[in-house]
Design a protein around this ligand. Structure first.
Ligand SMILES: Nc1ncnc2c1ncn2[C@@H]1O[C@H](COP(=O)(O)OP(=O)(O)OP(=O)(O)O)[C@@H](O)[C@H]1O
Length: 670
């Protein structure tokens, strides 16, 4: 291969890109044609609908994004005299020969993992640089000659340092070995990734979802993959990544949306909210529910035409005891008891009449008044709403689970007249979900990815555990970024509540977002955060940090505006992050100055400036971050220092910190 003639080489690669694009178009056209003829070829309407859905999905998956080339790398295997292009999806020519290999294919793994020490049969690894879907350069590592670039790759550096505008992008072209190990972990493995800001946790979680969907397509299409994020702004920010990777059927949700089975009509005082997230709520609900089961005291007597059936107290007690011991969800247990009672009636009838009773007879017996009355006494029907209403109306029913003070904290001042008229709060939805999980089994997802997991409360973790009972989880987070009042300081606690105590806790340490100087500033806060986490090592030597003291507080907003205007002279996104209470005021200033701005959930076509309340900035990133009065951010909440740590680590290139009040002590220059 002539390595001297780089232009010829690049133009050969461009030709391959063109032919691959044309081949993908043909694949799409074929799928489209099948889609339109689907109705005619399918035997019946059900098959037609299934086929139609499958083809519609296939057509969507085969969409070509003109802004990204179909491949980003190439592997040469000299021994086989073969070269494979690696891209976002498989592309085959008309004869079915691969033109581009999906990044998730087994062979592609070497693109991310091969090294001089372990070349995996690869002689040369090539990475492509591109601008707007066109190949502009390439970079070769001749592993067989001991050449390896690692993180000094020019193309990797350019990718990391590119300005950020709009929603999050995939990282398939540059996944690093420590990330790849997590992305390709087995479906059976639950893992917990602890990583400093910008180490690629979110990216890893999304790519793992895409990888698992590729490898276990049929299974996960049935059982589904769920991504849980902290808020809707964050979910909009990440929403484009999986579709770009061809995965269009993943459910993304916040925990609140996941458990939202009733409308929220009330608020809670802080103390009540905190208690409602405490794991003792689960115990209370469990106790109160199972206290409703009681020992039968009366026999069942049923008149059935000319016959009379009787079941004595003893066998009834046995049935109830046995069903309790089986550990079934409550409502399932109730039906089990009903079925066994009807079974006894059936046996009596068979004995007396010599015939097997008909199905209608069995149905009638299972609904007949004496059977229902027995059940209502021994194993009464319960709804999640009625159980939660009982708990919040009479917390003493939970026995000694709560102290007197705690009971008063959650007790409804004015109990609702009926269960239907109950006004539930956001935290009550978790209780309803817990109650529903005690009554019936939740459907489990095949895999659940939870981002910003350090903020999960025990009750939230349990809600996720119910939805991943038969699946695995990828937990992503950073203990230092825990801002919820119940945020954990030990991953083992959350993993236990999630029902995955055996999951490995794996660190990610290389930071791809925050420049070194900015990381150094944020790291000053770490000792004050009370968590034991490794510091990030930033790959970025570029970037700027300025800490600007504004002596007169009345000048602070104006000075912030000046900083915004200066930031606009650079490329990329600009965020003003401030305590929530200052946000409206700052937005009004920008309006008055004629500067267009967005809110963080406006990811499609946002203005270059976004004003973000500190409490909503988790997981997001902007090229230039302007932090307005850090002390106000810290003072706004109990975990204010953790919040500030999150805020300071959002900057991709430049960070300006503007303050009139003294900086928080933990941040002050030593
Ligand atoms: N291997 C990589 N190649 C290129 N860019 C990467 C890589 N890994 C991560 N990034 C980029 O670094 C930035 C931070 O990644 P991500 O948001 O996943 O980090 P995080 O660990 O979830 O951060 P935080 O804790 O702040 O939420 C993103 O812009 C992401 O695209």
């Amino acid at each position: 291969m002539p390595t001297t003639d780089l232009d010829t080489e690049l133009s050969t690669e461009r030709t391959h890109l063109e032919s691959s694009r044309a081949a993908l178009r043909r694949m799409r056209d074929r799928a489209q044609a099948l889609f339109s003829t689907g109705d005619k070829v399918a035997g019946d309407s059900y098959t037609a609908e299934q086929l139609g859905r499958h083809m519609a999905r296939r057509v969507k998956e085969l969409a070509d994004d003109p802004d990204t080339p179909l491949f980003f790398g190439r592997l040469d295997i000299d021994e086989e005299d073969a070269a494979y292009h690696i891209g976002r999806r498989h592309v085959t020519d008309d004869a079915g020969e691969p033109m581009v290999l999906d990044w998730r294919a087994p062979l592609s793994r070497s693109f991310y993992r091969a090294s001089v020490r372990d070349p995996q049969g690869i002689s040369t690894r090539r990475r492509f640089g591109f601008v707007k879907g066109e190949l502009t350069s390439f970079e070769d590592e001749h592993l067989d000659r001991g050449e390896e670039l690692g993180t000094s790759s020019r193309i990797l550096t350019a990718e990391i340092e590119r300005p950020r505008v709009g929603p999050m992008r995939d990282i398939v072209a540059t996944i690093q070995p420590e990330q790849d190990e997590l992305v390709r972990a087995d479906l059976a493995d639950s893992i917990c990734v602890q990583g400093a800001p910008g180490t690629g946790k979110t990216a890893v979680g999304l790519h793992r979802a895409a990888y698992l969907l590729y490898l276990h397509r049929e299974r996960l299409r049935k059982s589904k993959v769920l991504i849980v994020g902290p808020n809707t702004a964050f979910l909009s920010y990440i929403s484009a990544v999986l579709p770009t990777l061809g995965e269009v059927e993943v459910l993304q949700s916040t925990v609140d949306e996941l458990v939202g089975r009733a409308p929220v009509k009330a608020g809670d005082p802080l103390a009540a909210t905190a208690l409602k997230h405490d794991v003792r709520m689960a115990e209370a609900l469990h106790r109160m529910l199972w206290d409703r089961v009681s020992k039968p005291t009366e026999p069942i007597m049923v008149s059935d035409g000319s016959y009379r059936w009787r079941i004595d107290v003893e066998p009834l007690r046995r049935i109830v005891d046995e069903a309790r011991r089986e550990g079934l969800p409550y409502s399932v247990g109730r039906e089990r008891v009903r079925a066994r009672v009807v079974g006894l009636l059936q046996r009596q009838s068979e004995y007396r009449t010599g015939n097997s009773p008909s199905d209608p007879w069995l149905r009638r017996m299972s609904r007949i008044a004496p059977v229902t009355e027995f059940l209502d006494a021994a194993w009464p029907a319960v709804t999640p709403e009625s159980l939660v209403v009982a708990l919040l109306t009479e917390p003493e029913l939970a026995g000694d689970v709560f102290t007197e003070e705690e009971r008063e904290a959650i007790r409804w001042v004015k109990p609702p007249k009926t269960v239907k008229s109950a006004r539930f709060s956001v935290a009550d939805l978790l209780l309803l979900d817990e109650a529903a999980g005690l009554l019936e089994r939740e459907t489990s997802f095949g895999h659940v990815v939870v981002d910003e997991a350090q903020d999960l409360s025990p009750m939230q973790a349990r809600a996720i555990a119910r939805r991943s009972e038969h699946g695995s989880i990828t937990l992503l987070g950073d203990l230092a970024q825990g801002t919820a009042p119940w945020a954990t300081t030990d991953w083992r606690d959350i993993l236990a509540h999630l029902g995955k105590p055996e999951a490995a806790v794996v660190p990610l340490t290389i930071g791809f977002r925050v420049p070194e100087a900015v990381v150094a500033l944020a790291n000053r806060l770490l000792p004050a955060l009370g968590v034991n986490v490794p510091e990030a090592v930033s790959l970025r030597r570029d970037g700027d940090l300025s800490v600007i003291a504004v002596p007169d507080p009345d000048d602070l907003d104006a000075r912030t505006l000046t900083e915004v205007t200066a930031a606009l002279t650079h490329e990329g996104s600009v965020a003003v992050i401030a305590a929530d209470t200052a946000v409206d005021r700052l937005r009004a200033h920008l309006d008055a100055a004629g500067l267009a701005h967005s809110t963080p959930d406006q990811v499609d076509d946002p203005a270059r400036i976004t004003v973000v309340p500190a409490t909503l900035v988790k997981g997001l990133e902007y090229d230039h971050v302007i932090v307005h009065e850090p002390t106000d951010i810290v003072d706004a909440e109990p975990k204010g220092l953790n919040r500030l740590y999150v805020v300071l680590t959002r900057a991709v290139t430049r960070l300006s910190v503007l303050h009139s009040k003294p900086l928080p002590e933990a941040l002050s220059l030593a």
